[in-house]
Structure formats: structure tokens, C-alpha cells
Design a protein around this ligand. Structure first.
Ligand SMILES: C[S@@+](CC[C@H](N)C(=O)[O-])C[C@H]1O[C@@H](n2cnc3c(N)ncnc32)[C@H](O)[C@@H]1O
Length: 228
């Protein structure tokens, strides 16, 4: 007798069904996501994603929201999107606003009381990617995970403009500000700071003010874990 396969769907299976480009059929982020998120799968976590998707069609998008809703049965799922959307999904809170609006995002933090998982899949502009991190870091719970997608955009000035990207990994944008990859790479230094007793070895002027356990880079995806 052949026993039925009763294993739960993987994140990638949900991603393929939902049609999000995070799936193995496109960017292939789901295998990486699942390494980090599988231990949280049954937990009562709160997940915030920036970016609903669907370009400029108000009735389109929400594919990754469907995937998260299916994968995390006990989670609160919130999504931020700058464009108006009408295709709401049961069990997903859709909030219209910008990934770089501090008052709007602080309002979400008041509503949810912090986030265990934050995913930036919105504009993919360096300036807004960095701004979202700066605003949302305080709202990430200790031990929480911050995923930053499509970080390759930091090199694609032909597409995103010289003010947002630079094909030279060490070259700044024309605004003098770092690209998203330069900023995220800089966060790796923050992992080395372990509190005031380190200050002689690690002068405070080098500390940006973040308390981080790890910064991991994959092809086109960065994963940051806040310290406990
Ligand atoms: C790549 S799509 C999101 C795809 C979706 N997360 C998925 O995996 O199926 C990016 C979305 O971010 C939205 N967006 C762009 N700039 C934004 C901003 N400043 N704040 C919030 N959303 C923004 C776009 O309108 C678009 O719908």
C-alpha cells in the first residue's frame, strides 16, 4: 500500500500557485525565505510586506500576500502599497501609503505593536529602500527578520538612474548618497558592535545605532536579523 503524501505545502509550492515572482520559476527567493521562516510557520507572528504588486492595475497584485496567508496559518499579514488597490484578500490587511512615510508607518506600528518579519519588495529605489529600513528598524521585534529584495537594482543605473544606482560597487549615486547595496554592506559592521564596553575598540562614531545579529547576502536578496 502506498501511503498518502501528507506533508504540508512548501513556501515555493504556495508561491507557484499564487503566481508571485518570488517562486523558483522566477527569482527563486522562496527557498531562501523558507530557511529563515519555517521555524515561525505555526507561530502567531506579525508580517509586514512593502509592495502589493500588479503595476498600475488596481485589480491586480497581491500574489505574495496570498502566498504568506497560505503559508502562515496563525499570522497577522499586513501589506503596504502606494497605488490604490481593489482586489482585497481575506485575512490580509492592505494599507495604502508609502514605504518612506514615517508617520504612516509609525501608525502601522501602533496598530500591530511591532513586526516579526518585514519584507521590502516595493520601489527598489536605493533612497527609499534605505529610508524604509531606517524607519522600520525600531518596529522590528528583537530577533526579527528584515528581507530586502531585488538588491541588484543598486547597480542598474541604466534603469533606476544615476541618482539611485551605480554599476561600480564602490561608486556613490550622483546625490552623494550610498546605493542600497553599499548601505546594506555597511550594516555588516554593525553586527560587530556589542554594546558600550566595545566603544574603545569600536568607536561610537562608527556605530549607526543598530543592534544586529547578522546580515546575510544572497543573489539579489539581503536578510538582516535584529539582535535579541
Ligand atoms: C514588485 S511589486 C510587489 C510584488 C509583490 N510583493 C509580490 O511578490 O507578488 C512592487 C510594488 O511596490 C509598489 N510601490 C512602489 N513604490 C512604492 C512606495 N514608495 N511605497 C509603497 N509601495 C510602493 C508598486 O506600486 C508595486 O505594486
Amino acid at each position: 500500500m502506498t501511503l498518502p503524501d501528507i506533508r504540508p505545502f512548501t513556501l515555493d509550492q504556495f508561491a507557484v500557485l499564487a503566481g508571485t515572482d518570488k517562486a523558483s520559476t522566477h527569482h527563486g527567493y522562496t527557498a531562501i525565505y523558507e530557511r529563515y521562516l519555517e521555524p515561525l510557520r505555526q507561530g502567531p507572528i506579525t508580517l509586514l510586506e512593502l509592495g502589493w504588486g500588479g503595476h498600475e492595475d488596481p485589480e491586480k497584485g497581491g500574489a505574495s500576500a496570498v502566498m504568506w496567508r497560505s503559508y502562515f496559518p496563525n499570522a497577522r499579514i499586513a501589506v503596504v502599497e502606494i497605488e490604490p488597490k481593489t482586489n482585497h484578500i481575506d485575512g490580509v490587511d492592505l494599507h495604502e501609503g508609502s514605504q518612506a512615510d514615517p508617520e504612516f508607518l509609525a501608525g502601522l506600528n501602533d496598530l500591530y505593536g511591532g513586526f516579526d518579519v518585514i519584507i521590502d519588495d516595493a520601489s527598489h529605489l536605493s533612497s527609499l529602500t534605505i529610508r524604509s529600513w531606517e524607519i522600520l528598524y525600531p518596529f522590528l521585534r528583537p530577533g526579527g527578520l528584515y528581507f530586502c529584495e531585488d538588491v541588484h537594482m543598486a547597480y542598474h543605473s541604466h534603469f533606476y538612474g544615476d541618482d539611485e544606482a551605480n554599476p561600480d560597487p564602490d561608486g556613490r549615486t550622483t546625490t552623494g548618497k550610498p546605493t542600497a547595496m553599499q548601505y546594506l554592506r555597511r550594516l555588516a559592521d554593525e553586527v560587530q558592535y556589542h554594546g558600550p564596553s566595545d566603544l574603545e575598540l569600536f568607536p561610537k562614531r562608527y556605530w549607526l545605532g543598530y543592534s544586529l545579529e547578522s546580515v546575510h547576502f544572497y543573489y539579489n536578496l539581503a536578510v538582516i536579523r535584529k539582535a535579541q
